[in-house]
Design a binder for this molecule. Structure first.
Ligand code: CAA
Length: 390
């Protein structure tokens, strides 16, 4: 029995900050961003957008197709949870009107949790093929103003339906894992912004790739040449490029510059203009590959390298299914990206400071164009709203 991703759809916010605007504000050569880290824009969430509204926007078209009563579990992966106790997935469950006979749980380990949730859902379907599991990876990447991380913010959510006989990707058994107790990026409970040892984090990422790859080859016997396309966790696209260089060098693979680009560039197109979306970013990269690659991906093997600082990493593969093009929601992805409104640096800062988890009573102005928004907080309780199309 095949198990894997049956449907997938991503969402991002309605606003962005161009790194040209950012560079002008900071008096820095814009090529540091366009070339040096390989980023052009960062999606910016207004105060009435959070991981729940992003997740609902990502999930709604999937639920419309399969029916709310069909979902047997929601596994919600995030680094930017909205409550220390209640799972973000339960707010989502309410907004989408899912069945009461559905389990919901939140997964956390920095940017790794999305891959962990996909693997857990896959195992659940293997043991009970009737399960249809909604996996969400959703994050709003936020660093302190005037730190090295500020240019690598962004946000997005990916919703994936994991089932038997999947129409998009069969996830293959066999993974390589790596865990190490390090402090390269972390966020203590009292903080809304992440702390990061930037340069160190890039070194730990590349070392984790080597270790996870080593374990993957031991577990599966597969080699570099068995894989057609490579998706990496993308905090910024230059990191994925460095990851692929590292893997090519480690394996001694002999590939041309053109092959190198074909294996990696299509999976970076969306991330370059969305920015980091932590747990979602690997899967935004996969959607970018499916939506943007000119060649047919049917029966091709794609690899996934998930990296969560702190750190946990995993390397696994999947086979793209015949006919996948028929269920891709490419137009929605491209429209969301194209129709975002650019922000001035001052407006970005206004949004940045207005999002304040410490407030116990607030009603947010309507900036998020929907279909779901965070309406406000009353007595420390979050209230969401469906936005009817204009
Ligand atoms: N033209 C072209 N290139 C330029 C340039 C210019 N004018 N100016 C600088 N560059 C190049 C630099 O040479 C450098 O290239 P290399 O990395 O190849 O050496 C690159 O641009 C970046 O320049 P700096 O190193 O000077 O940049 P920085 O000090 O501002 O920090 C960073 C870069 C550490 C990645 C920072 O963006 C950061 O802290 N980001 C957040 C942490 C992060 O994303 N880490 C990734 C691994 S951890 C992870 O993956 C989990 C996660 O999601 C957070």
């Amino acid at each position: 029995m095949k198990v894997g991703i049956d449907l997938l759809h991503f969402s991002t916010a309605d606003y962005y900050l161009g790194l040209d605007t950012f560079a002008a504000e900071k008096n820095i050569d814009v090529n540091k961003y366009y070339i040096g880290i390989g980023q052009e824009k960062m999606s910016i969430a207004p105060p009435d957008e959070d991981i729940v509204s992003l997740a609902a926007k990502a999930s709604a078209p999937i639920i419309e197709q399969v029916g709310a009563d069909q979902i047997s579990a929601v596994l919600f992966a995030t680094e930017t949870g909205v409550d220390q106790s209640k799972s973000a997935g339960v707010f989502l469950h309410g907004l989408l009107g899912l069945s009461k006979n559905c389990r919901v749980v939140e997964f956390k380990h920095a940017c790794y949790a999305g891959a962990a949730a996909v693997q857990m859902a896959t195992a659940m379907v293997r043991s009970n093929p009737k399960e249809k599991i909604l996996v969400i990876a959703a994050d709003i990447a936020k660093y302190d103003v005037d730190t090295s991380g500020e240019a690598t913010q962004g946000c997005g959510a990916v919703a994936m339906l994991i089932s038997s006989e999947p129409r998009v990707l069969e996830i293959e058994p066999g993974s390589g894992y790596f865990t190490d107790d390090v402090m390269d990026f972390w966020r203590p409970n009292h903080r809304t912004t992440a702390l990061v040892d930037g340069k160190y984090s890039t070194k730990v990422y590349l070392n984790s790739l080597k270790q996870a790859w080593q374990h993957f080859t031991e577990q599966t016997g597969r080699t570099f040449d068995d894989i057609d396309y490579f998706c990496y966790h993308i905090p910024f696209t230059k990191m994925a490029e460095k990851a692929h260089q590292t893997l090519v060098k480690l394996t001694g693979a002999e590939i041309s510059e053109q092959e190198f680009e074909e294996q990696t560039i299509p999976s970076q197109i969306y991330n370059r203009v969305v920015g980091n979306s932590y747990s979602a970013s690997l899967f935004v990269g996969f959607i970018s590959l499916l939506d943007n690659l000119k060649q047919n991906l049917e029966n091709k093997r794609v690899s996934f390298f998930s990296y969560g600082s702190g750190c946990v990493a995993e390397f696994f593969t999947g086979i793209v299914q015949p006919g996948y093009q028929k269920v891709m929601m490419t137009e929605s992805h491209q429209t969301q990206i194209d129709q975002r409104t650019p922000l001035s640096y001052a407006d970005y800062l206004k949004y940045y400071h207005e999002v304040d988890c410490a407030v116990d009573n607030i009603e947010f102005a309507t900036l998020n164009r929907g279909p779901f928004r965070l309406a406000g907080i009353q007595d420390h309780k979050r209230y969401y709203q469906k936005v009817e199309p204009a």
